[in-house]
Design a protein around this ligand. Structure first.
Ligand code: GLN
Length: 324
């Protein structure tokens, strides 16, 4: 059944579709092969109702949107104290792949690559423990990247409400061309702040970036965080309300990279973008938004994705500081 909401969503998509600005990510050949005009939009409401429009069933790689989820997972596993000792929560004001850390040699936040590689490393066995004589074959230290990745996929899938899968071709390409991310992992290692093997941390990070999602998945994931960690479609509590609140806070200040200030002023929703063309945006307590359009601006954010969210925020009064 088509509702007035469906009509409105179709209307803003027609408006935004005229914008052909930006360029598809081209750092690996797989990402250049996508249809640049692909455009999907999904909204998941707190009661689990899903509005899906355009290419909402199109699968694309989650890329940096994964950073928010791995941060949620690591906060759940280790608790905020341990995570805060390793990763800051300050906006970096720099590009997502900047090789930067704060005065305590912590990556500035979990939404840039350095912080995301650190998050991934915190899920892995500590190298010192793995080398110790007391290790037995049942201990968590011997878990391989495979096992940790399985766990991570289960967590992402629980947030999305369906089983997610890796895009192998993207993953292999990311590995072949990952010099910059490898440099970041080894820089953290050289500072003595990475407790896991740098290659393993890098591998886990590149695998998580290569998971395939749709805008429906992003909307459900967003709504899971919006409603304090309960997947609205499965009813399962995936993370605690405290973890959800923390993730939303850091998404607000750091989720759109060095475009974050402009985003918060004009759209005013916690969000995370990825170079695959996806944006996940959230209205706390209410709904999750997933939008996909692969042409990116200079920050690596989807041009139409931003425009679509701006329309939603303005027209529906979704800005979290809406006082009008
Ligand atoms: N895989 C990409 C990278 O690490 C993800 C970047 C992004 O989506 N901003 O460089």
């Amino acid at each position: 059944m088509s509702t007035p909401v469906d009509g409105y969503l179709r209307h803003i998509m027609t408006l935004c579709a005229t914008d052909r600005a930006g360029a598809v990510a081209d750092y690996i050949p797989e990402l250049t092969r996508v249809d640049p005009d692909g455009y999907g939009l999904s909204l998941c409401m707190h009661d689990g109702h899903l509005y899906s429009h355009g290419d909402s069933a199109e699968q694309f790689t989650i890329q940096s949107i994964s950073k928010a989820l791995t941060y949620a997972l690591v906060l759940t596993r280790l608790g905020p104290r341990e995570v805060d000792a390793k990763i800051g929560v300050e906006p970096s004001g720099e590009a997502f792949n900047e090789i930067s850390v704060d005065g305590a040699r912590r990556p500035k936040n979990p939404m840039i690559n350095a912080g995301a590689i650190m998050s991934a490393s915190l899920l892995l066995p500590q190298v010192r423990d793995a080398d110790s004589a007391t290790m037995d074959s049942e201990s968590p230290e011997v878990r391989t990247v495979d096992a940790v990745f399985d766990d991570l996929v289960s967590f992402y899938s629980a947030c999305a409400g369906r089983r997610l899968h890796i895009d192998d071709a993207v993953y292999r390409s990311e590995r072949r061309t990952g010099a910059r991310n490898r440099a970041i992992a080894y820089m953290l290692d050289s500072f003595g702040v990475l407790d896991a093997d740098p290659e393993a941390a890098l591998d886990l990070y590149l695998r998580q970036c290569s998971l395939r999602v749709t805008t429906d998945d992003l909307a459900v994931i967003g709504c899971t965080l919006a409603t304090g960690g309960v997947n609205p479609r499965t009813g399962r509590q995936i993370v605690s309300p405290e973890v959800a609140q923390r993730v939303l806070s850091v998404m607000t200040t750091c989720g759109m990279y060095d475009g974050a200030g402009d985003w918060v002023s004009s759209v005013g929703l916690p969000a995370k973008s990825g170079v695959g063309g996806g944006i996940l945006a959230i209205l706390p307590g209410q709904l999750g938004i997933g939008v996909y359009s692969p042409r990116l601006d200079a920050h690596g954010n989807s041009v139409r994705g931003i425009d679509t969210c701006r329309h939603l925020s303005t027209d529906l009064g979704l800005h979290m500081f809406n006082v009008t």
